[in-house]
Design a protein around this ligand. Structure first.
Ligand code: IYR
Length: 231
């Protein structure tokens, strides 16, 4: 037990077998294996309406909930929408924002950048895909003693958790789309979240449609030499 300014801190050894050391050959093979799997993930915009069991989504969200985050306040909330009426409500609100965005609100440079992706204001996947996961960052959250306390590094924490979630869904065999209608504050109301919850991403997930395509542009990944510098 360590005492810091009147606060007590407990420590336990890393629970076994949570940390596992591998020999260098195994490390290399495992690193390569993860890369080989994650590089097969593609953002999909054409979804099938085939149902996906809820427990699979629950397990993937549990995985997201293990992400590193500010002060371990776990400043996130996942609103999971399978209800068709709510999906329609979200589609209607998102398309209203997107119509304004694509009609000019995005600005010429942004709209030009989206050209190679071929996106537009029509978002049928918001009704077709079996699950929409609205990911909120909680600027404040209730602690064990019932008090509302401030959270830290909320965007960073939520982004890392979202990365975990996308990887978990991919590993389960599900496709995702990180959809970001702008502005997306309508999601706080529709998902009945408190005002201190800010929506970050609407993650659409399910099976890809059998004839789903992806833009060629999205398959072009920068080489390591462009994304990393070693000193
Ligand atoms: N939110 C819009 C526009 C959009 C913006 C970016 I940056 C993208 O990578 C893709 C789309 C839409 O969803 O269409």
């Amino acid at each position: 037990m360590t005492a810091t300014k009147g606060l007590t801190t407990d420590f336990v050894p890393i629970p076994l077998p949570d940390y596992q050391e591998y020999d260098v050959a195994q490390m290399r093979a495992r690193a390569q294996g993860f890369y080989d799997d994650i590089k097969t993930r593609h953002t999909v915009r054409d979804f099938s309406d085939r149902p996906v069991p809820r427990d699979i989504i629950e397990t993937c969200i549990r995985a997201a909930g293990t992400a590193p985050n500010g002060a371990n306040h776990q400043p996130w909330h996942f609103s999971v929408i399978g209800d068709p009426a709510m999906k329609k409500q979200i589609r209607d609100a998102a398309e209203e924002e997107e119509r304004a965005f694509y009609a000019g609100r995005g600005g010429e440079e942004w709209l030009d950048a989206l050209g190679p992706l071929g996106t537009d204001d029509s978002k049928p996947f918001l009704e077709i895909a079996p699950w929409l996961i609205c990911i909120f960052g909680e600027r404040k959250s209730t602690s064990a003693d019932g008090k509302l306390r401030k959270n830290y590094y909320v965007p960073e924490s939520v982004s890392i958790a979202t990365g975990f979630l996308i990887a978990a869904l991919h590993r389960a065999g599900l496709a995702t789309l990180t959809h970001t209608p702008s502005p997306m504050s309508f999601l706080t109301d529709i998902c009945q979240r408190p005002a201190h919850n800010k929506p970050y991403i609407l993650l659409v997930t399910g099976y890809p449609a059998s004839d789903a395509t992806i833009p060629t542009h999205a398959t072009e990944k920068k080489p390591l030499s462009e994304i990393a510098t070693f000193f």
